[in-house]
Structures are given as C-alpha cells and as structure tokens.
Design a protein around this ligand. Structure first.
Ligand code: NAD
Ligand code: MLT
Length: 310
C-alpha cells in the first residue's frame, strides 16, 4: 500500500511508514491539479496545514483509506467528504502543544518589548533606545479565549511571569480552570479586564471572525491581541482599523486569513504589528512528535485496521 506525503514531515515519521512495509511517495508543494493526479493511487495521505483536502481531492482519490494530519487543526480537510467515502481522518493533538504555547508567550514578550522592531532598527544601523520603551507583563491580566490544550499551557507559563489569567471557554469544566489558577469569565468580562487577549480555539463557524470590530470595541483601550491558533478567528480588516486608531495598542499574529500572506496584507505595513509565518508548531521537538505519531497511526490503520488518535 502506498502513502503519499504532500507537506514536509520529520524523517523519523517517514522511516516508520517504510519500516511498516508501506511504499512512501513524498511530493511536497503540489499545485492543486498535480495533487489530484498524485492522490489517485494513494491508500494513505499525510499532510500538515498547506495541503487542502477538498471534496475534489477526495473524489479523485480512488483508493484513499486514511488522511493523517501531522498537527492539530483539521480545517484544511473536508471531513464530511471523507466521511461519505469512509475515509478515516486522524490528527495528532498534543504533539505540538508545548511549541504552540511557547510561541504564544514569545510573541507576547516580543510585542511588549518591541523586539522585532528594535532588531530591524539596529540592523538598519540605528540605536533608538528611546523609541522602543516597552511594558512589563508582570501584574497584567491575560484573557485567554479557548482554554484547551494550548490555552492551558499558556496559562501555566504566564503565571510564572506573574500575570493574572482570566479565560472564556464555554466547554471547560470549572474544576479544571480552578486547578490551573484561572478565573472563568464570560467574553464581556474578559474584554473589560484583560490587558492582553490571546485566542486558542479551533476555527469553527462560531469562532470565524470572533475577534472583530464589535469585540475590539468592548476591550480596554490599549489592549494587546494575539492569535497563534487559526487564521480567520481574527477579522484582519477590523484588526487593522483597531491598530490604526490605537484602540488595540499592538497585535501579534502567527496565522492569517490567507496563507501564505504577502505584502499585500496592510497589517504588514503597521509598526505596532508583529508576525511569524505560521511557526507555532515549527520546533524540532514538535515536528518529531507529530511525524512519529501520524506515521504510527497510519501504519496501524493500513496494516492492522486499528484506529488510534494520539
Ligand atoms: P483544543 O481543542 O485542546 O482547545 C480548544 C479549546 O477551544 C477547547 O477547550 C474548546 O472548548 C474551546 N472553544 C471552542 N469553541 C470556543 C468558543 N466559541 N469560545 C471559546 N472557546 C471555545 O485545541 P488546541 O490543541 O489547544 O489547539 C488550539 C488551536 O491552536 C487550534 O486552532 C489549532 O489548530 C491551533 N494550533 C496552531 C498551531 C500553530 O502552528 N500556530 C499549532 C498547534 C495548534
Ligand atoms: C496545527 O494545527 O497543528 C498547526 O497548524 C501546526 C502546523 O502544522 O503548522
């Protein structure tokens, strides 16, 4: 049986698939037409966030039995189309949780201390000590929207930085929040109290555009906003207006409505905006974890019919 890999995964994962007796074909960065051709004789498909498994791709994949996402978000997979064809969809939640949480905290500190802007300024030959005065995070309140795997670790980490944490999550058990030292509040109260707001939900119909003009208006003046979860949860046009007006003092995004994002995105022209190109899970550790997990899961399914989700 053949497994097609269309987004880069760590070598350890590829080795596991081969050791399980599966034929592996790595075809990275395929154009949509080429993907339709490549997927025709694949029994398994391994992806990250770049490959879009649309209904058209599913229809072209005559032999496909399993799609494995080396990572968490499944918003790039048409799950309904897969279900209709009996194709199992797996992800590897947990393998990149630490990395995404650490990246969020790194972005929060970088934004507070203007580290990307100061680096660019020094590299342009300047020494602008006054321009880059920042603010401490200690004593400030972080509002976390979505306190699941990543949100929980962010909450733990920032308490080490002496921040207070409030969170909004309609699905979390109050005793779990209490154990984390987090106060559960509704979204309005979170907006009223938070100095920083970080979103950690999946992209769902109810979270698409959740951070929009209406929500920014309910936040404190000078709030700082982060999205290291999924592009589209923050409405970028509304964020741009809020950053321009100063309502939002600064924002940090790792994920975008359209990826890859180019200089056409006006956010990239703002001094009070910092960004990374979807790097939340891009550490050696996370990539090894998710590659090994997805490979074991796919091998178990194709060779033994076992369904596992790490
Ligand atoms: P998770 O499922 O463990 O947690 C998500 C939480 O969001 C859950 O507790 C859920 O109850 C909550 N939630 C759902 N709808 C909500 C709503 N309307 N309002 C408030 N809370 C809501 O997921 P996770 O593993 O923590 O991942 C979180 C997000 O981070 C996902 O979008 C995932 O794709 C993304 N992610 C991004 C990167 C990256 O590279 N930037 C890496 C890993 C994960
Ligand atoms: C995820 O949802 O796991 C992230 O998007 C990580 C990634 O694959 O880049």
């Amino acid at each position: 049986m053949k497994v097609l890999i269309t987004d880069p995964i760590a070598r350890e994962g590829v080795d596991i698939l081969r050791q399980a007796g599966l034929e592996v074909e790595e075809r990275l960065g395929l154009a949509p037409e080429a993907l339709l051709e490549a997927v025709k004789d694949a029994d398994g498909l391994v992806i990250r966030s770049n490959t879009k498994v649309t209904a058209e791709v599913v229809a072209a994949a005559d032999r496909l039995k399993v799609v494995g996402r080396a990572g968490t978000g499944l918003d790039n997979v048409d799950i309904e189309a897969c279900n209709k064809r009996g194709i199992v969809v797996m992800n590897t939640p947990g393998g990149n949780t630490n990395s995404a949480a650490e990246h969020t905290v790194a972005m929060m500190l970088a934004m507070s201390r203007h580290i990307p802007q100061a680096t660019a300024s020094m590299k342009a030959g300047k020494w602008e000590k006054k321009r880059f005065q920042g603010q401490e995070v200690a004593g400030k309140t972080l509002g976390i929207i979505g306190i699941g795997r990543i949100g929980s670790i962010v909450a733990e980490l920032v308490q080490g930085l002496r921040m207070k944490v409030v969170a909004f999550d309609p699905h979390i058990r109050p005793d779990l929040a209490e154990k984390l030292g987090v106060e559960l509040v509704d979204l309005d109260e979170l907006c009223r109290r938070a100095d920083y707001i970080s979103v950690h939900t999946p992209l769902l119909p109810e979270t698409k555009g959740l951070l929009n003009k209406d929500l920014f208006d309910r936040m404190k003046d000078g709030v700082m906003v982060l999205n290291c979860a999924r592009g589209g949860i923050v409405n970028e046009a509304d964020l741009y207006a809020a950053l321009k007006s100063g309502k939002v003092a600064a924002a940090a995004l790792d994920v975008f409505e359209k990826e890859p994002t180019t200089l056409e995105n006006p956010l990239l022209g703002l001094d009070n905006f910092i960004c990374t190109p979807h790097l939340g899970a891009s550490t050696r550790e996370a990539q090894e974890n998710v590659a090994v997990a997805v490979a074991n899961q796919i091998a178990a399914y194709l060779t033994k019919g076992e369904v596992r989700n790490a």
